[in-house]
Design a protein around this ligand. Sequence first.
Ligand code: HEC
Length: 124
Amino acid sequence: MKMLTMFRIAAAFLLICSTSWAESPVEKGEKLFNEYGCTGCHIHGKSWSAPDLTRIAAYYTKERLIDYIVNTKKHYNDPIVKTMAEKYNRYMGDLNVERKDAEAIYEYLKSLAIKGKKRKIFKQ
Ligand code: HEC
């Protein structure tokens, strides 16, 4: 078999594999959660420098949670956010998260809330 033909077959094979292994919204959200650096402050199951987010999706509506991630500063006057900022000694800054990315992050956080039913409850 010619080299070029083999290359074409290999390329077609890779293309088929990459489309059938397309990421689910949850996987995409997990990746974005790392890429945006959320993990730098939020550690699952622990509440050291920022609240534990494993149960957060059970406490807020989808829209409230997405809006908080996209327009973080808009929520600084929310009494819960104020209480948390006092506890952790800082407010979370605006991270310029795009709305479609925040939607994927929401799907990821929601999957944690379901899986993490027995985990430590999010404290305010
Ligand atoms: C520099 C540290 C830091 C980073 C990075 C960070 N956070 Fe936070 N986050 C905090 C702190 C501190 C709080 C609690 C005070 C507040 O809400 O401002 C918080 C609170 C939250 C809350 C709870 C808000 C509420 O109203 O209960 C959510 C949800 C959240 N963060 C999501 C994220 C996501 C998603 C990312 C990544 C895009 C992220 N955070 C990145 C520090 C951080």
